[in-house]
Write a protein that binds this ligand. Structure first.
Ligand code: GLV
Length: 312
């Protein structure tokens, strides 16, 4: 920043409507430009809205590719309002000296809670039941009606024992489940062959892209339930649909999709599938904490301090 009274004010671009705390932290000292939330911006749209920015808070759906980063040399810090940052070309950011931050930690419990919600909704057929009551306007208790699967004593296989995977394990144990886990990069075969429910908690990287493909699905037990609250492209969605249609899988509960915002149409008519709109971290408390972290790191950086959650 230039010296003296004429010092320029930095501009922070918010690529969406984030919880108000983000603006509150930044607005006193910087110019803040807030753009309306778009489900999916193109690279060109992003290049345009970042052209005025010294710093930005971005969505996990904003494609921060090499072309976008190179087109906006003015942007020195990008705070991704998410724990995942697979939407950002980190190599390009490093080469261009752009600081990237994320929002780890504060969404662990909310996402683990939501994973349990999906496990229970799927195994207890909650969404199907809700639909039935609304459509029929009746509730009939019958001994053989809408029987689900108990989770007590069943084995939960957790792929990715990081912060969120560990928090899911603690919850599943409290429900009487037996829990097995694999770290990223280790063999999943034993977990796949023995788990009644498989839940995914790895980041999306080139190594985990389509990690659950037709061959991984074939290794799973017949009747297995698959849960994904991580990133859609970790599962080959077409292979998942094949395995659901063939009856090899008992069901799936998904919060994330391979081609968001699109959802594979084959999933839409399946009864044994629970589909959530990427809301694993969507509590007022958690989303506000994420916005606070992102804005605080931008604030620190523009004031010459080290951001607390830098990934580059
Ligand atoms: C949500 O999906 C996140 O990465 O924070």
């Amino acid at each position: 920043m230039a010296d003296g009274a004429e010092a320029m004010k930095y501009t922070v671009v918010l690529t969406a409507a984030y919880p108000p705390v983000a603006r509150e932290i930044l607005a006193g000292e910087f110019d803040v430009i807030e753009h309306p939330t778009e489900p999916q911006r193109t690279e060109d749209e992003l290049i345009t809205i970042l052209s005025e920015a010294d710093a930005a808070i971005t969505l996990l759906s904003d494609p921060l590719t090499r072309r976008v980063l190179e087109s906006n040399p003015n942007v020195r810090i990008i705070a991704n309002h998410a724990v995942g940052y697979n939407n950002i070309d980190l190599d390009a950011a490093r080469e261009l000296g752009i600081t990237i931050t994320n929002t780890p930690g504060v969404l662990t419990e909310a996402t683990a809670d939501f994973t349990m919600a999906l496990i229970l909704a799927l195994t207890r057929r909650l969404v199907e039941g809700d639909r039935e009551v609304r459509e029929s306007g009746r509730c009939i208790w019958e001994p053989l009606h809408m029987l689900g699967t108990s989770i007590q004593g069943k084995r939960l296989g957790i792929i990715g024992i990081g912060r969120i995977g560990t928090a899911v394990a603690a919850r599943a144990k409290a429900f009487g489940m037996e829990v097995v886990g694999v770290r990223r990069g280790n063999s999943m075969d034993a977990l796949l062959a023995t788990s009644d429910i498989v839940s995914i908690h790895t980041p999306l990287t080139p190594e985990t892209h389509h990690m659950i493909d037709a061959s991984a699905l074939a290794k799973m037990k017949r009747g297995v339930f698959v849960i994904n609250t991580a990133r859609g492209p970790i599962i080959d969605e077409n292979a998942l649909c094949d395995a659901l249609e063939s009856g090899h899988l008992g069901g799936a509960a998904l919060d994330v999709y391979e081609f968001e915002p699109a959802v594979n149409r084959r999933l839409l008519s399946m009864k044994n599938v629970v589909l959530a709109p990427h809301i694993g971290s969507a509590t007022l408390e958690t989303r506000s904490a994420m916005a606070r972290i992102a804005a605080t790191d931008v604030h620190r950086f523009l004031k010459g301090q080290k951001p607390l959650h830098a990934v580059t």
